[in-house]
Design a protein around this ligand. Structure first.
Ligand SMILES: Nc1ncnc2c1ncn2[C@@H]1O[C@H](COP(=O)(O)OP(=O)(O)OP(=O)(O)O)[C@@H](O)[C@H]1O
Length: 248
């Protein structure tokens, strides 16, 4: 069973294809990193897949009603705006809106989401008064509280400190290990190599490579798509990836 199937998905801006005939299927248990340079089309691909952008081709998520989709997939956009000065606990509770759970079930899901993001001590703080990284973690917690089979996130770890980046990637890989599906765009190739079960390399709106990190993040692909030279080594503490230089 797959939660997200894209068939020949294309998005045009004017006459120019920003996403060009992309087909893919994501499965339960996969933590998928969507990689590609600035402007490659990562955000456009995810928004079109969710039905938030007009597109050609089909997306299984876009075909759902908005309520079905809200129960199927949590969406964490790149922009982290918190509009109202509500408490962290209340903001995270908004993630429960698609569900008709009991008060106790909703409270448990909120508490669990806060704990996963290490935010228990922040529950009664005013969300808008938190630091940028803390606000980002609160918004991830809101998406977790949605308790969906799929999580789609656009650069969720940007602006987080190293420990919070690793902790967040662990939350995502644990979600996948528990049978959910995660699709997240990332610019940190090292964390993608360590935490993703699969990476999809997007370049100029098309998929260049799709598979295990070690098979996708090859010197040739990194040179062609990112214009970089990198060191990638399997060690007894997992894969280690370090960018070394640009090739220009
Ligand atoms: N509203 C728009 N009108 C015209 N072009 C757009 C619009 N939105 C995005 N684009 C273009 O589409 C391309 C893909 O943008 P997108 O935001 O999907 O890239 P991305 O891979 O998410 O990049 P980044 O890593 O910088 O966030 C870019 O060249 C961008 O300039």
């Amino acid at each position: 069973m797959s939660l997200l199937t894209l068939q020949n998905l294309s998005v045009k801006r004017g006459a120019c294809p920003v996403i060009d005939n992309v087909s893919l299927t994501l499965h339960p248990g996969e933590c998928v990193g969507l990689l590609g340079p600035n402007g490659a089309g990562k955000t456009t691909l995810m928004r079109a897949a969710l039905g938030l952008l007009s597109h050609e081709g089909t997306s299984s998520l876009a075909q759902m009603t908005s309520m079905e989709r809200a129960r199927a997939c949590a969406w964490l956009p790149q922009a982290r705006e918190i509009a109202w000065p509500v408490s962290v606990e209340r903001l995270v509770r908004l993630g429960r809106l698609p569900h008709s759970g009991t008060k106790a079930e909703n409270a448990a899901a909120v508490a669990d989401a806060l704990a996963q993001m290490g935010l228990e001590a922040y529950a009664q703080r005013t969300a808008t008064q938190l630091s940028g990284g803390e606000q980002a973690r609160v918004l991830i917690a809101r998406a977790l509280a949605q308790d969906t089979p799929m999580m789609m996130a656009d650069e969720p770890i940007a602006g987080l400190d190293p420990a919070a980046q690793i902790a967040t990637m662990r939350v995502f890989s644990d979600l996948a290990a528990s049978g959910r599906t995660v699709l997240t765009s990332l610019h940190d190739l090292g964390l993608a190599a360590r935490h993703c079960t699969r990476v999809i390399l997007l370049h100029r709106g098309a998929i260049v490579a799709d598979g295990a990190p070690v098979d996708v993040m090859t010197p040739q692909n990194l040179a062609e798509v990112f214009g970089i030279l990198a060191h990638y080594e399997m060690t007894d503490r997992g894969p280690v990836f370090q960018t070394l230089d640009t090739l220009t």
